[in-house]
Write a protein that binds this ligand. Structure first.
Ligand code: F3S
Length: 304
């Protein structure tokens, strides 16, 4: 039995950059803040808090002269404007891929186009992007796209600019886009699924199709981890999403000869290693050893 670890599992460029920026800011200041979770991983957020970075969900709690690190998912435009007006110093740790979509949204707004974002309406990245273009339409997939067009047929003639949340499942984005392009008269689109997401999703799908059991490690709040789990579930009948090695159960690996392991873009290497080691040890203890075979023989002699 063996455990195969996906090559791309773990921190992506944007998350690594955000964490490094936060650590550097903590060293340079005598106390700074993060507004919401810097990245979607509770373990990393706790480590940053221990390094002296306070966490608040409320922008009103920040005062003139404070330093705040803007999270990797970006922040709403009105919040950033209010903080700047108040004299709060901002360190921008938003992933450049997210910032690019915010700019596309703002440009669409300036040109009088309706911005259509394929993603999850309640995700902080999506809420931040939507704030750059009033009237942004967020659709979570092809069915939502069809419903939106059916509700008001005049929407077919709107000038639309479509893009995707950075962590969107490619198939969902492409199918939704196909509907918009087929039904509407004026659609421009941008493929804004980030490379890190694309690579992790394709690798996870391939690995999941070759193994008996697939384990996905990541925070339950993490959108990209959730999507990896969904993608793996299409290829492999036994998929488990966990946050830490302690959540691994022996049953997960029963009857399995090859297990796959991948992780979301915000899962630190230490946690992946912990899970990998635990899985490998579990597998070892499940394999019949020479001693146990001899013991079994001895037992059967005794019975005889
Ligand atoms: Fe950025 Fe993509 Fe990571 S958007 S934060 S590189 S998952």
């Amino acid at each position: 039995m063996q455990v195969i670890l996906a090559e791309s599992a773990g921190f992506c460029y944007g998350v690594k950059r955000a964490v490094e920026l936060a650590q550097k800011t903590a060293e340079e200041t005598k106390g700074c803040w993060m507004l919401g979770d810097l990245i979607h991983n509770a373990h990393v957020v706790e480590e940053l808090r221990s390094a002296g970075i306070g966490k608040t969900e409320d922008p009103a709690a920040l005062r003139h002269g404070d330093t705040v690190i803007i999270r990797s998912h970006g922040e709403r435009r009105d919040v950033l404007e209010a903080l700047a007006a108040k004299g709060v110093r901002m360190v921008d740790a938003a992933c450049p891929n997210v910032t690019r979509i915010q700019k596309l949204a703002a440009k669409a707004g300036e040109e009088g186009r309706t911005f259509v974002l394929i993603g999850e309406a309640r995700h902080p990245e999506v809420m931040a992007i939507a704030s750059y273009c009033p009237g942004t339409v967020v659709l979570d997939g092809p069915e939502a796209a069809e419903t939106w067009l059916r509700e008001d047929p005049s929407r077919r003639d709107l000038p639309l600019t479509a893009a995707a949340q950075t962590t969107c499942i490619r198939e969902i984005f492409e199918t939704s886009l196909k509907i918009l392009k087929k039904e509407c008269t004026n659609v421009e689109f941008f493929d804004t699924i980030c490379n890190a997401t694309h690579k992790r999703q394709s690798e996870a799908a391939e690995l999941a199709s070759q193994v008996d059991v697939m384990v996905v490690v990541g925070d339950r709040k993490s959108a990209n981890t959730k999507h990896l789990t969904e993608i793996c579930s299409r290829q492999c009948p036994a998929v488990y999403q966990i946050e830490r090695a302690e959540e691994l159960k022996r049953d997960f690996l029963t009857g399995c000869s090859v297990a796959g392991l991948t992780a979301g873009a915000s899962t630190p290497a230490g946690i992946i290693k912990e899970v990998y080691t635990t899985m490998s040890e579990e597998i070892k203890t499940m394999e019949p050893t020479e001693e146990s075979f001899e013991e079994m023989l001895e037992k059967s002699f005794k019975t005889l």
